[in-house]
Design a binder for this molecule. Structure first.
Ligand SMILES: [Zn+2]
Length: 242
């Protein structure tokens, strides 16, 4: 893993980046990568159901709780550059100004890799919208004809997509599986920060073990215990088979 890797992570809601990419993000940071995380919304309306069961609950209070959870989780994973864009969720709207906010950010950061939601998610239109918008923003950021004062066009990034919650129903097929054994304790501790979604901790613990099993089977490397799976938006390019 290259020490100077620049990784941009775009998460639709408060905790998506932890469930689906927390181990990989922590691994990149551990290896010296520069990671920027953008959290587009706090997931107040759609991904905080347990908090809404509490009496006299309010939008602002849910947002505050989620913010504290994110702060704890990002500390555990070692993510220092976190931006909160505070869009409303369920349903999220990414209009022209918001799309260009993403374009500008990509040109400022100049990421080698962008990690965001995979294209398909049968139950979550916000995730699909974010996937499509990040893809569009990267294409615009790389186009010299799209002129933004003070920001030069970027070179092609590699885009990767999170595994959606309902894997098979969303037609997800793993295209890259990353071993996260060395950072799994961090991921587990970060998952435990999200009190609004306790039912997901066991679920993603099982998923990491299952993908770890696939990682061992495919690679023959018996040291892989936990893994995360992703899609790749473009084929791998190199001078040999890897
Ligand atoms: Zn989400």
């Amino acid at each position: 893993m290259d020490k100077n890797t620049n990784l941009l992570v775009v998460s639709a809601h408060a905790a998506d980046f932890v469930w689906r990419g927390g181990g990989t993000i922590a691994k990149y940071i551990k290896n010296g990568a520069n990671v920027t995380l953008i959290i587009l919304s706090y997931g107040v309306r759609g991904e905080s159901n347990d908090l809404w069961k509490m009496e006299d609950q309010s939008y602002e209070n849910v947002k505050n709780i989620r913010r504290k959870e994110i702060d704890k989780a990002t500390d555990i994973l070692g993510i220092n550059n976190v931006e909160f864009w505070d869009f409303e969720d369920y349903h999220m709207v990414i209009d022209e100004p918001r799309l260009y906010q993403l374009v500008r950010k990509i040109r400022e950061i100049k990421p080698d890799h962008i990690l965001t939601h995979a294209k398909g998610d049968a139950f979550n239109p916000d995730h699909e919208l974010v996937s499509q918008s990040v893809f569009k923003a990267s294409v615009l950021a790389n186009s010299s004809g799209v002129q933004i004062e003070g920001l030069n066009a970027t070179t092609q990034q590699r885009l990767f997509g999170f595994e959606p919650h309902q894997t098979e129903i969303s037609n997800f097929t793993p295209e890259i599986i990353i071993d996260i054994t060395e950072t799994y304790d961090q991921k587990k501790a970060a998952m435990q920060c999200f009190e609004a979604q306790p039912h997901l901790i066991d679920y993603y613990d099982a998923r990491a073990k299952m993908r770890g099993n696939h990682a061992r089977r495919i690679s023959g490397n018996k040291t892989y215990k936990y893994a995360e799976a992703f899609t790749r938006f473009y084929p791998h390019v190199g001078s040999e088979f890897v």
